[in-house]
Design a protein around this ligand. Structure first.
Ligand code: T1G
Length: 714
């Protein structure tokens, strides 16, 4: 849409929800620019957007189609040249976000103005690609090489104030953006100077010699932080081309490198995760019309590690928190931990003292249920015991208002059993946070048999408000994440009984991409917690099922992991602050003795066998979860594992990974394990069927999406 205000034309992009630069927008923009270029009355142009954001990038849908076909992403080059070569000054008016192709469009404009709240960035590396619309050539020309490398390698958007300070934005506009942009355009006209084309700028580029340290440091960072994402190194190569080549040659080099990144496997996986996280919010019977409670006040029962972390997540999102515990000592311990965490964020420069003070002011520690009747949501985070949780819920029934959502942070217990002690089970839901709750992005939203759609809508809304990814799962033992983790965890324990070592298993899994090895995770979470969960869920009650033999012994020896300084590994306060696993010969002896006593033949175990037995155990159980309706989609399982269990996003999640390996070969390998290792390896029937039919989880999810295509969830 074009409106003319005197001698200034305002070209407005309007493509909800985020004004992505899809083909239609590119064509409409090109014809609008041609029109205003030809209009003699127009002396300057402002490019702006309707809705909540400037432009959040090129159309990622187009990009995904390219990634699965010829690898050639959306072509913005003709449009960028048209903008830059316009004989009239073009001003980009930025609000919300200018990301990826959106920032690249803005950088092709002669000037950029933004409101204070705007954020600007090149997040492409988070999608496994490099900016492909001249961003790698223009950004270093505007902000210098070091800043450009930092922005592109982290993918993190920067605030408008920082963009202004670094020369990316020419002016911060207070008040009405369009009025400010138009006034700015008039000022430039009055100055009468030639309008700066970014492509011609070189004052901030420096020389290859001057930039060599920055490039070396960036390559080191990429090697350390994104070893499995080729786009990180390709991005650096592209920025280097900006310093060593003329603009057009640099753009050609960028195109080659961009095509290489779009063809890469991690690009497919990361695009899958992007859309999977958005799809997770779509629940068939929860639509835009389902009423969701706006959450401004939350009460949390239990000020332990989880309760404290949840309180921080809420306070960080601007929500008022009543944090309750049974004794002043427990409350003090909880609040001390909260203060310590905030102090650490200040030390890392993530928060200011003032911001911490604001957040702490939102948290009221208390010993009673005062003001509970004002809370929209109550979250119980007490010790993992059914009896205790039912007692808490029975009390809550009496002190909260009728419409209040009653949530439990249980990680394994039956939501319906907890709800059964209240008079309103339809208001009860599981909100399974992951430790540390103020950091981990995943929120498993556990739907009980009676949980009503509006409670699910409220939970999804709360997840978004807390900056988390909410995944709705069914109330089956262990929900999705933990249910799948048990066979994975037990298989690693069987592997060490048969001859591998905890150190070997963890090395293989972390090299494969897991954030942490399974034995290190067990030690971090606590072998006492795992022992209690095994009892609570009745694992291995059936004597015919093979049970791991060492974990119980370590528990009996009081080796609970990090918290006791020893578990599968030893921990020393002098090594990595007591968090670095140190192989312990005593444990290796215990394993060998236990295995021999149990008549288990010990042998050399290959890294490949470890990888397959661990990851395929996860996949096989994931298929069972899907078949049981424990998760709505295979991609939901991927979102759970990538955001809650340290599964590498660049592998797309366990189900996506299985598709890429091929369900037939996964099935055949599992069938082999079944023959060699016994009944726990029986292939999930759905896996067998999909393998025989040559189908994929991706296709299964697409069929489901088609079948349940409904107005978007709340
Ligand atoms: N293209 C297409 N759809 C997009 C989109 C995009 N760039 N960004 C968001 N959506 C959809 C999303 O799928 C969802 O759809 C809806 O918009 C709301 O999104 C050449 C090639 C902007 C911070 O990486 O980070 O440019 O689920 O739920 O939480 O170099 O969206 O409702 O059907 O996320 O408020 C680079 C991606 C692209 C930014 C808003 N850009 N987007 O967050 O909403 S690559 C990005 C975001 C590129 C060039 C290359 C976020 C947001 P649905 P949402 P939100």
């Amino acid at each position: 849409m074009v409106t003319v205000d005197g001698d200034i034309a305002v070209v407005q992009i309007d493509n909800p929800p985020v004004n992505a630069l899809d083909r239609g927008v590119r064509e409409a923009l090109a014809s609008a620019l041609a029109r205003v270029a030809a209009d003699a009355a127009v002396r300057a142009v402002v490019i702006a957007s309707a809705g909540r954001t400037f432009v959040a990038g090129a159309d990622i849908g187009e990009l995904e189609r390219a990634a699965w076909s010829d690898g050639v992403g959306p072509d913005l080059h003709p449009l960028l040249a048209q903008v830059e070569d316009l004989a009239k000054p073009v001003v980009a008016a930025i609000h919300g976000t200018a990301l990826g192709g959106g920032l690249e469009l803005a950088m092709a404009c002669h000037y950029r103005v933004a409101v204070e709240s705007a954020r600007l960035g090149l997040p492409e590396v988070t999608l496994g690609i490099i900016p492909g619309a001249e961003g790698t050539q223009r950004l270093p020309r505007l902000v210098g090489v070091e800043k450009a490398l930092d922005m592109g390698l982290s993918g993190r958007p920067i605030p408008a104030s920082d963009a202004h300070a670094s020369g990316l934005v020419d002016q911060i506009v207070e008040g009405d953006l369009l009025a400010g942009a138009t006034a700015f355009a008039r000022e430039q006209l009055a100055r009468g100077a030639p309008h700066p084309r970014t492509r011609d700028r070189s004052d901030k580029l420096g020389t290859p010699g001057q930039n060599a340290p920055a490039f070396a440091a960036a390559r080191e960072t990429a090697r350390k932080t994104k070893p499995h994402i080729p786009a990180a190194a390709l991005f650096i190569d592209a920025v280097e081309a900006a310093v060593t080549l003329p603009f057009d040659a640099g753009v050609r080099r960028e195109r080659e490198l961009s095509a290489e990144s779009v063809r890469s496997e991690p690009c497919k996986a990361l695009l899958h995760v992007f859309f999977a996280e958005r799809a997770a919010a779509k629940v068939p019977d929860v639509t835009r019309d389902t009423p969701a409670l706006p959450v401004n006040k939350v009460a949390i029962i239990g000020a332990g590690t989880m309760g404290g972390g949840i309180a921080m997540a809420c306070a960080n999102a601007g929500i008022t928190v009543h944090l309750v515990d049974t004794t002043p000592a427990a409350l003090d311990r909880g609040m001390d931990a909260v203060r310590r965490n905030y102090a650490a964020s200040v030390k890392r420069g993530r928060l200011t003292e003032a911001a911490v003070a604001e957040r702490l002011a939102r948290i009221t520690p208390q010993l009673d249920h005062k003001d509970f009747d004002e809370a929209e949501v109550v979250i119980e985070a007490v010790f993992e015991s059914m009896e205790l949780k039912q007692r808490v819920f029975a009390e809550l029934n009496a002190v909260t208002r009728p419409g209040c959502v009653l949530a439990t942070n249980t990680s394994t217990l039956d939501i319906d059993a907890i709800a059964s002690v209240t008079s309103r089970p339809e208001r009860v839901v599981g909100l399974h946070f992951f430790s540390p709750a103020n950091v981990m992005r995943l929120l498993e939203i556990v739907r009980g048999g009676a949980t009503s759609p509006d409670v699910v809508a409220t939970a999804l809304g709360l997840a978004k408000r807390l900056g988390k990814v909410g995944v709705v799962v069914r109330n089956l033992p262990g929900f999705v994440g933990n249910r799948m983790m048990f066979p994975y965890m037990y298989e690693t324990q069987f592997l060490v009984e048969e001859g591998a070592t905890p150190e070997q298993v963890d090395r293989v899994l972390t090299r494969w991409g897991m954030a942490m090895g399974m034995f290190a995770v067990d030690d971090m979470a606590g072998l006492d917690v795992a022992w209690r969960v095994r009892q609570e869920l009745g694992h291995f009650r059936d004597p015919s099922v093979r049970r791991p033999l060492v974990a119980d012994q370590l528990y009996a020896m009081g080796r609970y992991g990090q918290k006791t300084g020893s578990g599968w590994f030893r921990y020393s306060p002098d090594v990595g602050g007591g968090r670095t696993p140190i192989p312990d010969p005593e444990v290796l002896d215990l394993i060998a003795r236990t295995a021999t006593d149990a008549g288990i033949t010990r042998r050399e175990i290959s890294d490949e066998e470890i990888e397959q037995r661990a990851i395929y155990a996860l996949i096989n159980e994931g298929v069972r979860v899907l078949a049981d309706g424990g998760a709505l989609r295979a991609s939901d399982i991927d979102v759970v594992y990538v955001n809650g269990y340290g599964f590498p996003a660049w592998r797309g999640g366990p189900m996506f990974y299985a598709d890429r390996v091929g369900l037939r070969s996964i099935y055949e390998r599992i069938a082999e394990f079944h023959r060699e290792l016994g009944p726990r390896w029986e292939p999930a029937p759905l896996l067998a069927r999909l393998a025989h039919e040559g189908r994929t989880f991706r296709a299964l999810d697409a069929e489901l999406a088609e079948r349940t295509a409904a107005p978007a969830s709340a």
